[in-house]
Design a protein. Structure first.
Ligand SMILES: [Zn+2]
Length: 419
């Protein structure tokens, strides 16, 4: 049951909005977006802003060796593991003001709201800024949360290099965020991540809150088609081993496979490079990226198997070789039913229209979920657009999401009855 003293508690929507606009200046672009690559000077400035704000309120601030920032507000029972809230402050090269940032700033808003109302929780609350969720400067993404749960070894993560050859370890030292805490040492009882939906469903259905109960599995490949370079004028069509034409068939096969598993199934080729890239030479090689996503393990497995079979068929038919190198994958995952129930209850109690949904994107919550009971809250974003400078969400929806975050973590952490 919600505690009578907290039932009507609400975050300060204007302050949350003002913090979103203030931090958007750290890496703000002319088109109104944000360019804040992880561990850059802009990232240092937004991190310093967050830490200063936390210290001003007297919270404990911890930095771990992969640069994750932990901001902890004590509970009545210091023996209990903290309930975590968190997301990321880094952005894509042409990112927006909300992706990741909303989840961190709403967490700060929750802590400050509880201070002002003089409310103590039984378990501590901990706000986390996870390092390098975006994976834009250093691959892979979700690096801080993957290291936290032990999926990626700390030494491996610190050795990742950006395009200029700078390592994560060097970049952390350069901005003063190479902390000493051991990633994973701080235990959490639960985690709730608030995030914009980055898709069109909530807006289309006129809903305010998505209770995210599952996330799509993802399979990433680096692919290559090898044929034979030859003269564009003298090589008869029947004697060509054209890598680009074989790739074109492969691309359409990927689309066909994803469409056969729609609406949940999606498949994308985001990059392709044709070699040698001369108008007078039949292409000998195409290197490309390919990814498939699906929330159901059975469908997800079938998509991968069907793609392999198509790759073999096309290679044989066109006398080329096709390789699909699986470079990263995440199995479909279910979030914690208990944490999702706390989110749904918080939305219902505020009279906010909500639905259960599946995340098509990867998030820090997906990594953390393997070690900590976790679920997510989605709020609508305009036209479902994200990873774009035009990314937009309303004050009202951001505030609604932050209030659901507040009441979810109050339920999970327990409100003190000792007063
Ligand atoms: Zn994000």
């Amino acid at each position: 049951m919600p505690d009578a003293s907290t039932a009507n508690l609400a975050i300060n929507a204007e302050r949350l909005w003002s913090n979103i606009m203030t931090t958007a200046a750290f890496g703000g672009t002319l088109k109104g977006g944000v360019r804040r690559l992880t561990l850059s000077e802009e990232d240092r400035r937004v991190r310093d802003w967050l830490v200063a704000r936390a210290q001003a309120s007297g919270y404990e601030v911890g930095i771990d060796r992969i640069g994750n920032i932990y901001i902890q507000r004590p509970g009545r029972d210091p023996g209990r593991a903290a309930v975590a809230m968190g997301s990321h402050l880094d952005t894509q090269p042409t990112g927006g003001k909300f992706d990741g940032i909303l989840g961190v700033l709403a967490g700060l808003e929750v802590l400050e709201t509880l201070d002002e109302a003089g409310i103590a929780t039984e378990a501590p609350l901990c706000l986390v800024d996870w390092t390098n969720e975006e994976g834009a400067r250093f691959a892979p993404g979700e690096l801080g949360s993957e290291v936290y749960v032990g999926h990626v070894a700390l030494e491996t993560a610190l050795a990742c290099r950006d395009a200029e050859g700078v390592t994560v370890g060097e970049a952390l030292s350069a901005i003063g965020y190479a902390g000493t805490e051991v990633p994973g040492a701080r235990r959490f009882a639960a985690m709730v991540e608030l995030h914009i939906e980055q898709g069109p469903l909530l807006e289309a259905e006129n809903l305010t809150i998505g209770v995210v109960t599952a996330a799509k599995g993802q399979q990433w490949y680096n692919g290559m088609v090898s044929g034979r370079e030859s003269h564009a004028g003298t090589t008869p069509m029947t004697l060509r081993r054209d890598a680009l034409m074989a790739f074109a068939e492969l691309a359409l096969a990927a689309e066909r496979i994803a469409s056969a598993h729609a609406p949940d199934g999606v498949g994308t080729i985001g990059m392709a490079e044709v070699s040698p890239g001369s108008r007078n030479t039949v292409p000998g090689e195409v290197r490309f990226s390919l990814e498939f996503r699906h929330p159901d393990p059975d469908h997800f497995g079938r998509m991968r198997a069907e793609m392999r079979a198509e790759a073999e068929r096309i290679a044989a038919a066109r006398d080329v070789t096709v390789t699909l190198d699986p470079i990263w994958s995440m199995e479909p995952l279910s979030f914690s039913p208990d944490v999702a129930a706390a989110i749904a209850q918080a939305a219902a109690a505020r009279g906010l229209p909500y639905r259960e949904m599946t995340s098509g994107a990867g998030h820090d919550a997906c990594a953390v979920a393997s070690a900590v009971p976790t679920a997510m809250i989605f709020v609508p974003c305009k036209d479902g657009i994200s990873h774009n400078e035009a990314e937009s969400a309303t004050l009202k929806d951001c505030a609604a999401g932050a209030n659901v975050l507040l009441h979810s973590v109050l339920a999970l952490a327990g409100v003190s009855h000792h007063d």
